[in-house]
Design a protein around this ligand. Sequence first.
Ligand SMILES: C[S@@+](CC[C@H](N)C(=O)[O-])C[C@H]1O[C@@H](n2cnc3c(N)ncnc32)[C@H](O)[C@@H]1O
Length: 458
Amino acid sequence: MFVDIKKIKPHPKNQEIYSLSNIDDLRTSIRSVGLLEKIIIDQHFQIISGHRRYLAVCNLNWKEVECEQIEVNESDVITYLIHHNKQRIKTCRELLNEAKVLMEEHKIGQGKRSDLILCEEVLTSVNLNRSRTRDIVGDLIGISGVQITKLLFIEKHNPGLIDLIDNGLFTINQAYIQTSRDKKEQDAQLENRKTSKKTFNDNFRFFKKCSSKMNELLTDEVDCIFTSPPYWNKRKYCENGGLGNEKDSDEYVSNLVKHLNDCKRVLSDTGSFFLNLGDTFHQGNLMNIPHRVAISLQEKGWILRNTIIWAKTNPKPSSSKNNLCPTYEFIFHLVKSMDYKYNHTLIPLKEDTKPSHAPRHRNLKCSLTMQTPYIPREGKNMGDWWNEDIVKSAVVNQKSFGEVEHPAPFPPKIVTLPVLQTTQEGDLVLDPFMGSGTTGNVANQYNRRFVGYDVQVY
Ligand SMILES: C[S@@+](CC[C@H](N)C(=O)[O-])C[C@H]1O[C@@H](n2cnc3c(N)ncnc32)[C@H](O)[C@@H]1O
């Protein structure tokens, strides 16, 4: 049947769910070959299917258009609208909108099965044997129930990422991993904030000020520093930008190294300084900042004892298609003298460990076969590549650390081992970029005193 264009109305729910993308191509096609598919309208002349076609013909100044009119129950309207859009290529935002209106319409709670009222035309595309309503909704909109759950989670905790998925910068899975990771970090920070508020006392001192001059601390007073300064070109911590917001990476390296001068003054000759630093890409170029900082610190007299690789459990996903996803950061172990205190850290031997030839003879002419085979039964020296499991097992397996509790999950765990390796109970630990106080909490947990500096209070 042909219907007067003026009588036809877009469906308000359709506008709520779908964005009407550019119709230029469609208009050109309709002008040259005519309308190949009728517009479907209900008994109230509201469009059920064909909103873009309707706009195109309005644009072409048609007076009437060929339609198919169907009788639709009020309760079926949403299902019909969505069903008739099934073939369309939809954005994640639209898929989410579809899922939400369907769930709202049928008042579906988290994972609970409430029976959906489905019109006959739709029933064929749905597997009603499914037990979860989200899976049934997934059948209706053409994605899985799990994807719906992930999209709802992303929208709740990091809504901006939905647009990034639609712009092709993230997959749903990458955005979901990133959102879960951020949420975990936020929860941990909240938890930290609660504990640090409780523990402000003589054993947990905090100075809200820049740490470039720590006049509150005596020379040589500190036994261990564990810190993670602002990385270059990532975040603004002060109004005027401050450390990390320099215009180029050379200036950042020089500012950070200068800033850390006072750490050298307050650290005792037997102390240790652990510096956790991440790198930054600038115009696609990885700037090698951590190593440039480490080299500058060596030039200032620091001794670099280890470059520890901290392999992240859940690295931030990268959308790049022409390089690998960065999955680790560096922790530099620096000292002022070779007299630094250190609790030897051993890891258990594997069953099949071959005997090594030790102690090595200094005389190079001495043939290896003459040396006595040696198996260090107490374990072997821990390596410099750390991940969550390695750190956890190392912390609980050390005789030299005394009785210690299981460390908390990352990131606190990453602080635990350096603190236990280089301090005794009662020693003083410093974090000059304290943030939410992770280092302080770990220090206090193992009966070390703590002092922290930060320009902000968390
Ligand atoms: C990378 S975050 C540290 C995160 C910390 N490790 C944690 O667990 O939360 C860097 C911190 O340095 C602080 N900061 C920035 N400039 C500073 C300055 N000049 N002096 C002291 N703290 C500063 C920021 O406020 C921020 O909390």
